[in-house]
Design a protein around this ligand. Structure first.
Ligand SMILES: *Cc1c(COP(=O)(O)O)cnc(C)c1O
Length: 387
């Protein structure tokens, strides 16, 4: 009896089905499933969106990250600084490329990489920094880039949740040495399956990633490096081309919905709303609030027909593959607090105002269910009221 889902991909596709199927029919008739015109057309269209010269379409966001690290020559013993408040793919790609993950804490309020924590994490083995543009908002890139520049480190953007997000007017993907995007179906720009992309201003990184995705091949039967099969297929590129045209409108609608959440929840005691950092144009891949007794409230919402999610309940330094890389207890305090209190509410471009209003009213009731009779009482549960 779910009345408001977290996302509604069938609704997205109802409006685009004709256009996507027409392109897919042409591909079926041509038999060109791997490599072909739509791959290049998509790469050309996506570089324009990101305001960078090079785009290489690949098989996933994880591969996109891994290929960038390999193109940058990451090797055993090299350290890469990133956050633990992210999807595990960020760290997995560093590990896959042979690097060692070093976790730093996130900023209170925006929950992206805290530049003030970099100094304590850097060592002579540090090669680069991977800020994650979390939930659709870029990290504080000027401070991160300045720190990296002074120490000759590279900065790779994990832009997998931030298609067309901006930092002081510049798009995500144009803010570092190179950037990775995911087109997992539920992302703001999603394929009808798996896909991802690398964008970069550096022609050498672009040409190395092109080789890596295609068995290390520079020309037929010449394999320059140890590559893999990490290509994006034609059906995905064709669907992405159609959807890329809609992305600015979809992001606008997500921002509008976020604004409506702010109005609807702004007065609700006990709810902390997400903060937009100065100059950071958020595209709301997720709308993430913070509150006490998060799991109980989520369960009360589920009973009321509202789907929610937790991104992410277990920070990466507490996941089995990275426990041995956990920094000293207490040094990821903001990250730990995120894992304990954050709750993602439904947000997707096809969501109606009525659905959103229902989430707000049901959240108020769910909080009253959990905290006691009045939501006002919840205010007293919170030790530190929201910003
Ligand atoms: C989705 C995501 C990835 C990985 O993308 P895939 O296409 O699923 O491999 C990496 N980092 C972040 C932050 C993501 O949200």
């Amino acid at each position: 009896m779910i009345r408001v889902p977290m996302t509604d991909l069938p609704a997205q596709h109802r409006a685009l089905k004709g256009e996507i199927l027409a392109r897919w029919e042409a591909i079926l008739d041509s038999g060109a499933f791997v490599g072909g015109a739509d791959i290049m057309s998509f790469e050309e269209a996506f570089v324009r969106s990101c305001a960078v010269p090079h785009c290489v379409a690949v098989s996933s966001g994880t591969d996109a990250l891994c290929f960038i690290f390999r193109a940058l020559g990451l090797g055993p013993g090299d350290e890469v600084i990133t956050v633990a408040n992210t999807f595990i793919a960020t760290a997995a790609a560093i590990s896959m490329a042979g690097g060692r993950v070093v976790f730093v804490d996130v900023e209170p309020g925006t929950f992206t990489l805290d530049p003030a924590k970099l100094g304590a994490a850097v060592t002579p083995r540090t090669r680069g920094i991977v800020p994650v543009h979390l939930f659709g908002q870029t990290a504080e890139m000027d401070a991160i880039s300045r720190f990296a520049g002074e120490r000759n480190l590279w900065v790779v953007e994990d832009a997998c949740q931030a298609h067309l997000a901006e930092y002081h007017g510049r798009p995500a993907g144009s803010l570092g040495t190179a950037a990775a995007f995911s087109f997992y179906p539920a992302k703001n720009l999603g394929a009808c399956g798996e896909a991802g992309a690398v964008v970069t201003t550096d022609p050498d990184i672009a040409s190395m990633v092109r080789m890596l995705r295609h068995q290390g091949q520079s020309e037929k039967n010449v394999h320059q490096v140890r590559g893999t099969n990490g290509r994006c297929d034609m059906l995905q590129a064709a669907a992405l081309l159609v959807k890329l045209g809609r992305l600015p409108d979809w992001n606008r609608r997500r921002r509008e919905l976020a604004g409506r959440y702010r109005l609807g929840l702004g007065e609700l005691p006990g709810v902390e709303l997400p903060l937009e950092g100065e100059g950071r144009a958020h595209v709301y891949h997720q709308f993430v609030i913070r509150l006490e007794q998060r799991d109980e409230v989520a369960e009360a919402l589920r009973r009321r027909g509202i789907e929610t999610a937790v991104h992410y309940p277990v920070p990466l330094h507490r996941q089995p593959p990275y426990r041995d890389q956990a920094p000293p207890e207490g040094s990821l305090g903001v990250t730990e607090d995120c894992a304990r209190r954050q709750l993602s509410l439904p947000i997707f471009a096809e969501m109606t105002d009525q659905q959103l209003d229902l989430v707000c009213s049901e959240l108020e009731k769910a909080m009253a269910d959990v905290y006691g009779r009045s939501a006002a009482k919840a205010g007293s549960v919170i030790k530190e009221p929201g910003h």
